[in-house]
Design a protein around this ligand. Structure first.
Ligand code: SF4
Length: 434
């Protein structure tokens, strides 16, 4: 049987990326080839995102484009997987009969069968990377037990399921053999790792076991503020290859809003957590995410958030306008803020954060930092420090001088200039392993 030539489009977050990479490794083991050009493929697979309206629209637009290629006879098969399919497969099946199959977020074997491939349990640890070869994500758990009222992910991804430690260590070892040096730990909620299958938090234990392997950087993302295992922060400061970095989405600070969001934490508890983290590890850089325009958010409550951001001074901050999602509990509330108001509030937050980021980054001027090169453009190396996660945080633009450098190399760099989201300087040496 002629093996398919597949174009896989992976949309959405890093958790979707890991699912796509697992699919590719399984399919390739059955002799399926992947192409980076849809027009060269006979089959298109789209791994969709269904989190917020914009992401849904993007997924649908890509599905329609694929269906158009099928109608034109360019491809013979179109398959849809992932979060949007998990939420709307019935409706989409009716509206898009040209699509050969819709699969949810936990139907890899069925999808593989549909493209004449076979699911092999023994290959579960293997992934074909979609990220640059020197960095990767390690998805330590799936699903979510929280019930943030603005969020539909628990409905899409199901209950929280930690990946067994031994499986994660096997997967990490394979990634390392592939040349991965930066490992980014992800889940919907990394704070709860281990509690479901080991009866207690195993996040610190996992970090220590990964740190004992030879990764240069291990980074912790998507930590939920409630039940966050603080012992992790001590381990972070003790282990050189665990980045002094924590992504801690908070969404808001006003107690009425936090209750209405069903976050389970108060402003006082949040401030105490941040102060404790910074006291335990003064070198740590904190990233957070805020949500503005939540139903009922008054100007006063928004001003309180602005003041909170001004006082806490996060090193990295992203901000999203509230999206009235029909599969989220908050859909029952009145969506009080207009799209313009939400956009204005988001702009105000990011304007404030820019002034904070500018001041924070000025502190790096004149310093020598270890950086990881993500790409080389002419005589400029584009790199990141341990305080910068891939795709979302700051970048360093560094002249390479006489050094012959390549992607994935660790170097030291002298920082000469800075702006809110960039550092500029010169590579001074190759960074020896510590
Ligand atoms: S922690 Fe909250 S926001 Fe994050 S996935 Fe779970 S329910 Fe959604």
């Amino acid at each position: 049987m002629k093996k398919h030539n597949v174009f896989l489009l992976s949309l959405g977050c890093s958790k979707n990326t890991v699912d796509s990479e697992r699919l590719m490794a399984q399919a390739e083991a059955s002799g399926i080839m992947f192409t980076e050009e849809a027009d060269l493929a006979d089959t298109i697979i789209i791994n969709t995102c269904g989190f917020i309206e914009d992401a849904k629209e993007e997924s649908i637009a890509e599905i329609l484009a694929a269906v158009e290629k099928k109608t034109q006879g360019i491809v013979s098969g179109v398959y849809v997987m992932g979060c949007l399919s998990e939420l709307y497969r019935t409706e989409m099946r009716e509206e898009l009969p040209e699509v050969d199959g819709f699969f949810g977020t936990r139907e890899l074997p069925a999808l593989l069968q549909a493209i004449d491939a076979q699911y092999r349990e023994e290959l579960y640890d293997h992934r074909t990377l979609l990220t640059p070869p020197h960095l990767s994500y390690l998805k330590i758990a799936e699903g979510c037990n929280r019930s943030c009222s603005f969020c539909s992910i628990p409905k899409i991804r199901g209950r929280y399921r930690s990946q067994p430690m031994e499986q994660l260590l096997r997967e990490a070892a394979i990634l390392q053999k592939k040349g991965v040096q930066e490992l980014n730990l992800i889940a919907q909620d990394t704070s709860l790792y281990g509690r479901d299958i080991y009866g207690t938090s195993m996040l610190r234990e996992l970090l220590v076991r990964l740190s004992d392997m030879d990764f240069r950087w291990i980074r912790l993302l998507y930590a939920y503020p409630l039940d966050f295992p603080l012992e992790v922060i001590t381990t972070m400061s003790e282990r050189k290859n665990i980045c002094n970095y924590l992504d801690l989405p908070l969404q808001h600070c006003n107690d009425r809003i936090l209750r209405s969001m069903n976050r389970g934490i108060t402003k006082t508890e949040t401030i105490h957590l941040i102060e404790t983290i910074r006291a335990k590890n003064p070198d740590i850089r904190l990233r957070t995410t805020m949500l503005v325009g939540f139903p009922g958010e008054t100007r006063e409550e928004f001003n309180e958030l602005m003041q909170f951001i001004e006082e806490v001074r996060f090193d990295r901050l992203g901000c999203f306008p509230y999206c009235h999602e029909e599969h989220a509990p908050s859909f029952a509330l009145e969506d009080t803020a207009s799209a313009e108001e939400k956009a204005e509030r988001r702009a105000e937050v990011m304007e404030l954060q820019e002034t904070i980021a500018e001041k924070n980054n000025r502190a790096f001027e004149g310093k020598e930092l270890t950086v990881l090169i993500d790409q080389i453009e002419g005589d400029i190396a584009i790199a990141r420090t341990e305080y910068d996660a891939p795709e979302v945080d700051n970048e360093c633009y560094l002249t390479t001088g006489s050094f012959k450098l390549s992607q994935g190399q660790f170097c030291t760099a002298q920082i000469e200039e800075s702006s809110a989201y960039e550092l500029h300087g010169t590579i001074t040496a190759l960074a020896e392993k510590t």
